[in-house]
Each structure stands twice: as C-alpha cells, then as structure tokens.
Design a protein around this ligand. Structure first.
Ligand code: HEC
Length: 395
C-alpha cells in the first residue's frame, strides 16, 4: 500500500483533501518535497494577494466605462495595473520549475497584464477594459486544474468590492472561480442551470455547463453532485435532442465511474479512460464522452503537478492532457491544449505518440489561424511548427 501522502495523487475519485494531506505528512518519506512544495505554495499565495489587491481597485472601476476613463481615477488605476503587471511577471518568472499548465497560464496572465497596462497608459480605454474583462479567464483556467479543499477568505474581499448583483450570472460566476470561491460558484452554476431564464442550449453553447462540470469534477471531485445536478437538468422540458443525448450519457458514465472508480497508475488509468472515450465516440468531436475526458484530465493534472521530471511517462501525460483538453474546452483566448501537445513533443520526440501529437497540434494551429480571408500563420508560429516537426522527424 502506498503511503498516505502519495496516495492522494494516484487516487482517482476519493475525497480530495490534497494539500492538507501533503502538508500533513511532513514526517514521511516525502518530507523534503513537501517542505519545498509548501514554500512554493506560500510564494504563489503572496503573489496572488498582490494581484488580488490590484484587481480590488481596477475591477470595480472597470465595470463602468465612465469611471474607467475618468481622469480623476487615472493615477490610482495606473498604480493598480502596474502592480498587476509586475506581479504577473513575477509569477511567470518563478514558474520555470512548475508543470506546463502553470507555465503556460502564468505566461498568458503576464502577457495580458502587460498589454493591459500599456493600453491604459496610451489612453486606449476601450481596449484596456476589454483586456481587464478577459484577464480573469487566466485565473479561472489555472484555478480549475487542481482540487481545492478550502475557499479563500482573501478572494472573498474582491467579490465584496464589486457590485456582483449588477453582473450577469455568467460574469459573476467567472469572478467567483477567479477568486477561488468554489462553493459559491457551484451554487451559482446550479441556480443558472435550473433557471428558465436561459435556455439549456445557450447554457451549453456558452460553455457554462462544461465549466460547471470541470469545477465539480476536477476541483471538488464530487461525481454524485454532478450526477444529481444533471438529473435535474435533464428533467427540463426544453432540452434540444443533441443535449438530451449528451446529458443522458453523462449521467450513465457518472453512475458507472462512481461505482467503479478506475484503479492503477495514473497515466495508465487516464490512457484507458481516454481510449474508452475514443472507442465510444460516434464522431470525432462527440461530447457524449465528456465525463471520461474530465475524469482523465483531473488525474493527469494532479500527476503532472507532482511529477516535474522529464520522462516518457510525463510526456505521455501531457499528450493525453492535450487530447482531453481539446475536447473539453475551446477557449478563444487560451490554447492550453496545444501547449500540452507541444510539451509532449519536446519531452519525448521519439515516443510513439509524438507523431500523433504533432499532427493534432498542426491541425489545431492551422485551424486557429485560418479565417474567411485565408490562412495567416505568423512567422514565429510557422517556425515553431517547423522546429517541432524536425524534432519528431529526428532531423
Ligand atoms: C498560473 C496559475 C494561476 C493563475 C494564472 C492565477 N492563479 Fe491564483 N492561485 C494559484 C495557485 C496555485 C494558488 C494557491 C492555491 C493554494 O492555496 O494552494 C492561487 C491562489 C489564489 C488566491 C488565494 C490566496 C489566499 O491566500 O487565499 C486568490 C485570491 C487568487 N489565487 C486569485 C487569483 C486571481 C484573481 C487571478 C487572475 C488575475 C489568479 N489568481 C491567477 C494559481 C494561479
């Protein structure tokens, strides 16, 4: 039997009290690692506190066009946006030893924050406000990768500063996840999913249904709660046929995985889940198998967070993450899935899956840069694809 502190990382669906457990086993064989991880966590939290402080100033002002562009608020906003950019840059600078998801998302936050401070400084308020609104996508994506046992009391302060009652429920819930108020966010999602105010198709097509499932499965590891919610959702009389089919399949899969949690080494288990999803798909982007992707990606995120070494196994974990993330969420703002595929190729260019990872990455990249006026691949993206192709070809 594995020691308790290692078990949480390999256990798929048990109650996740991950961080508490890691901290709690300081005397065990992982003591050195645990101390290092706790120091890392404290450093991240203090950067997060600075970022939160900056957003407590910027976000409430950003909710109104006139307050955001008021010259009287210029100095205080400049200060807040500079603090945000500095701390986001600091987060990225300390990310080199972390998993690829953290590296990608801290880089993305740093880029967005830099652009935001710059645009605001140039007086381009409309663009700056747009960026300020988008920035929380980075927070949400990073926070919803791993389990969390507790809500942040610090994060709550931001919600108190913003007049959340004035926000659309979809904006409010994004802010709740960005500030790590996960239980509040789940309740908001559940109210939205039950409310006749939005049609089921809209909730699905805007990604809210998926975001809810990401949170309840990956962060809360609560399959029964997801199933109960979906049962209530499927009882609505206004589901389109395709969604009825998806939800029915999700309920069946949750019931199955609750009764038969997968066992064994993390990468093997995830591979089996993703393989099962592929086998059962009626067509390539068939979302009836979403639950398998979500459970697998949860296992994989925990695995790569723990395994920072370079190995074929870790590379395969990234390949599988790339495959599952591409089906879970298609964000216009972030390309997390593509970065996982790239990481897999760089880490193990000779492995069997590298060729497939490249093919997927190339297809997704080309699709991302093509539009009604043709394909516009920037030179640096083109160079990166060539470099990765050469790695896979061994040249
Ligand atoms: C690259 C990943 C990443 C990004 C991006 C990110 N965070 Fe975090 N955040 C973390 C991690 C990791 C923690 C620590 C969780 C823990 O307690 O172990 C954290 C914790 C927090 C906390 C809790 C701090 C505390 O001490 O209670 C808040 C609040 C927070 N983040 C807000 C934000 C906001 C707002 C954004 C976006 C502007 C953001 N974060 C972006 C990774 C990220």
């Amino acid at each position: 039997m594995l020691p308790t502190c290692a078990r949480w990382a390999t256990h798929a669906t048990g109650p996740l009290v991950a961080l508490a457990l890691v901290v709690g086993c300081a005397d065990g064989p992982f003591a050195g690692l645990t101390v290092a991880r706790e120091a890392e966590r404290q450093q991240t939290r203090s950067t997060m506190a600075e970022i939160l402080g900056a957003l407590r100033v910027a976000l409430p002002l950003g909710l109104s066009d006139s307050r955001f562009s008021d010259p009287g608020n210029r100095e205080v906003l400049t200060g807040a946006l500079d603090t945000l950019a500095e701390n986001a840059a600091g987060l990225e600078a300390h990310a080199s030893g972390r998993d690829a998801g953290f590296r990608y998302l801290s880089h993305s936050l740093a880029e967005d924050s830099r652009a935001l401070a710059l645009r605001f400084g140039e007086g381009r308020h409309r663009e700056a406000r747009f960026l300020l609104n988008q920035i929380t996508e980075n927070c949400v994506a990073c926070h919803s990768r791993l389990p969390s046992a507790e809500a942040s009391s610090l994060g709550k302060l931001l919600l108190e500063d913003v007049d959340v009652a004035d926000l659309e429920p979809a904006e409010r819930v994004r802010l709740e996840v960005a500030t790590r108020q996960f239980d509040t966010a789940l309740a908001t999602y559940e109210t939205m999913l039950r409310s006749p105010a939005a049609t089921p198709a809209r909730l699905d097509l805007e990604g809210l249904l998926t975001d809810y499932l990401v949170l309840v499965i990956r962060v809360k590891d609560d399959l029964p709660r997801a199933r109960h919610m979906l049962e209530a959702f499927s009882a609505r009389s206004d589901l389109p046929r395709y969604l009825e089919r998806n939800v029915r399949s999700w309920i069946t899969d949750l019931t199955h995985l609750e009764r038969h949690p997968s066992a064994g080494p993390a990468v093997e288990r995830s591979r089996a889940l993703i393989e099962e999803a592929r086998r059962r798909s009626g067509f390539p982007m068939d979302r009836t198998v979403l639950i398998y992707d979500l459970v697998a990606s949860g296992i994989l995120h925990r695995f790569v967070n723990e395994h920072r070494e370079v190995s074929d196994e870790v590379a395969e974990a990234y390949y599988l993450l790339g495959v599952s993330e591409a089906r879970i969420r298609r964000s216009f703002w972030l390309s997390e899935g593509e970065f996982y595929l790239e990481t897999a190729i760089r880490m193990a260019p000779e492995a069997d899956f590298a060729e497939l990872a490249y093919a997927r990455l190339e297809e997704e990249t080309l699709a991302g840069y093509s539009g009604s006026s043709g394909l516009h691949l920037p030179p640096d993206v083109q160079r990166k694809l060539e470099e990765l192709r050469a790695l896979v070809d061994g040249s």
